[in-house]
Unconditional design. Structure first.
Length: 93
């Protein structure tokens, strides 16, 4: 029987590289204590794969490479809505 657990990962503006289990399901991204955080449902016994997350403020260009296939993860706000950020990730294999 699989044991599924929700893990929390800190994000930073720009690029964040994380090692996540192969079939981790990203649940949401929100601000916690005015810091961006991602939550994922995962089986910690699965093999890890590299995932890249990009945190981009509204109105700023998204730095992409031609081969990047990005998926939208979510949007969060900081400082009472004064700053709005959008999170994208590369597709999982």
């Amino acid at each position: 029987m699989k044991k599924l657990i929700i893990y929390k990962y800190a994000l930073k503006p720009g690029r964040t590289d994380l090692q996540l289990p192969l079939r981790a399901k990203i649940l949401t991204v929100q601000a916690q204590n005015n810091e961006p955080v991602l939550w994922a449902l995962l089986d910690p016994d699965e093999p890890l794969i590299g995932r890249t997350f990009q945190v981009v403020p509204t109105g700023h260009p998204l730095q992409l490479k031609e081969q990047d296939a990005l998926l939208y993860v979510g949007t969060f706000q900081l400082h009472g809505g004064g700053l709005v950020f959008h999170v994208f990730t590369n597709e999982a294999p």
